[in-house]
Design a protein around this ligand. Structure first.
Ligand code: ADP
Ligand SMILES: O=C(O)[C@@H](O)C(=O)COP(=O)(O)O
Length: 424
């Protein structure tokens, strides 16, 4: 029997790093938050203010993303959530066909709503939106490393132009001249466009305070869509009235072996891998060899086995853009991505079987593949390592496992070395 309790927010996340990112924000705000890996097949008891269902739908065909998202949404609806939240990437990662637009459209229809907002701003990580244009640090999205993303290259910073062709809704911008005047002005502006067809409002935001005003202005909306910055605002609005619980707990953990598995090819992760290799041993997954049928997984596991201990080992497919493009040219985009994900997830699973119990995984798609292969079905939120990246705790084959699922673009250069200090 599932206990609904007082479920404030039911969240569907389109990838696993994003799921732990948004769960971390809700948890840090004082809301009791759990992450489920997909919709549970059993009838477990869940006592939470926020449930985040982690999916791997960012790069699937749109129809599949819609179907899986609706299954999750219906499950959350069955728990009587007050608000629903579709979490996608703060760099608005999508393919030409979706999946932000199709999933948002389908969720609106399922909930019987005609309006929502799209708000990927995440100021704590330098993602801001101005006049509908997404900035990453000081540059527009299309001038950032996201230009070269292996699966979702982002070549236009204007979110109205990106979302328009993906969605059946009318896309409208709520610009900063309105947002900076605060919640009442935003709500007044919204009143002028409500009731006029189905709409998605792309909202500008430059700072966390803007996100609180935005959440306040749209507090009667049923569906919110965005990155995790919006959760910062929404949590603060929902907490008024005293729903606050204890902040996330830090677990008493046994010491186990440590490893880093990296499949992200972002600028940040390339730097983090380089920094770790200066002082740690690493095994590079050779994609050509893998494609040629070589037992790269076996070699990696054998290499790691004699080195496992408290000093973390690094297994990585992470490569610079020209190398990734060459692999994609030879093998195909989806095929090379899936092949590397399959190899890294097999390696991770076998390392866990050999006693690794503290594992950092870099990359959203990579994390999805790894976590699924570990048979993990629920994550509790632990300490924050960097903005958007918490330690999370789970059971894999009955044994405790601590994971950090690092979004490609997050974390400082020394993340792979410093993260362990934040575990306990
Ligand atoms: N050397 C490589 N060549 C081609 N593709 C790669 C290579 N290394 C990793 N990949 C693939 O690139 C994709 C990276 O995506 P992801 O894990 O989501 O990282 P990020 O979080 O940076 O977006 C994955 O599908 C991964 O398998
Ligand atoms: O919102 C974000 O930036 C992250 O939570 C996220 O979703 C990142 O995705 P990946 O870079 O693919 O890990």
């Amino acid at each position: 029997m599932v206990v609904a309790g007082n479920l404030l927010v039911g969240c569907v996340a389109d990838d696993f790093t994003g799921a732990t990112d948004v769960a971390n924000i809700f948890a840090r705000a004082g809301l009791k938050t759990t992450v489920l890996i997909g919709v549970p097949e059993d009838d477990r008891d869940i006592d939470a203010d926020v449930i985040v269902v982690a999916l791997k739908t960012r790069t699937t065909p749109p129809q599949m993303a819609v179907e899986q998202s609706l299954v999750a949404l219906r499950w959350l609806r069955g728990r009587g959530a007050q608000k629903y939240y579709f979490k996608y990437c703060s760099t608005f990662d999508s393919t030409a066909k979706g999946n932000i637009g199709p999933v948002a459209d389908a969720m609106l229809a399922e909930l019987g709503q005609s309006i929502t907002i799209a708000c990927p701003a995440f100021p704590a990580n330098g993602r801001t939106v101005y006049k509908g244009n997404l900035f990453v640090g000081d540059v527009p999205l299309d001038e950032s490393g996201m230009r070269n993303h292996p699966l979702t290259p982002m070549i236009d910073a204007n979110l109205l132009r990106v979302l328009g062709p993906q969605s059946r809704a009318e896309i409208t911008g709520c610009y900063y001249e309105t947002v900076r005047q605060g919640a009442s002005a935003i709500a007044e502006w919204a009143a002028t466009i409500c009731g006029d067809g189905t709409r998605i409002v792309v909202v500008d935001a430059l700072a966390d305070e803007d996100l609180v005003e935005i959440a306040q202005a749209f507090k009667d909306f049923v569906l919110f869509t965005g990155a995790s910055g919006l959760a910062y605002g929404l949590a603060r609005v929902l907490l008024v009235g005293g729903n606050s619980r204890d902040a996330a707990v830090t677990t008493d953990l046994d010491e186990g072996y440590r490893a880093v598995v990296s499949g992200s090819c972002s600028v940040a992760t390339n730097g983090q891998v380089e920094a770790m290799l200066a002082d740690h041993e690493g095994f590079r997954v050779d994609v050509s060899k893998l494609a040629g049928g070589g037992d790269v997984v076996g070699e990696a596991v054998e290499w790691a086995s004699s080195r496992l201990g408290r000093k973390p080992v690094l297994i990585y497919a992470t490569a610079p853009p020209d190398e990734v493009k060459e692999n994609q040219r030879q093998l195909g985009v989806a095929q090379s991505g899936e092949m590397v994900e399959a190899a890294l997830s097999s390696i991770a699973r076998r390392l866990v079987e050999k006693g690794v119990s503290e594992l950092i995984v870099a990359g959203g798609e990579t994390s999805g593949a790894v976590v699924k292969s570990l048979g993990v079905d629920q994550l509790s939120i632990g300490n924050e390592i960097a903005p958007g990246v918490p330690w999370v705790h789970a059971k894999s084959q009955g044994r405790p496992l601590s994971l950090a699922l690092k979004s490609g673009n997050f974390g400082e250069r020394d993340f792979f070395m410093d993260a362990w200090d934040r575990l306990r």
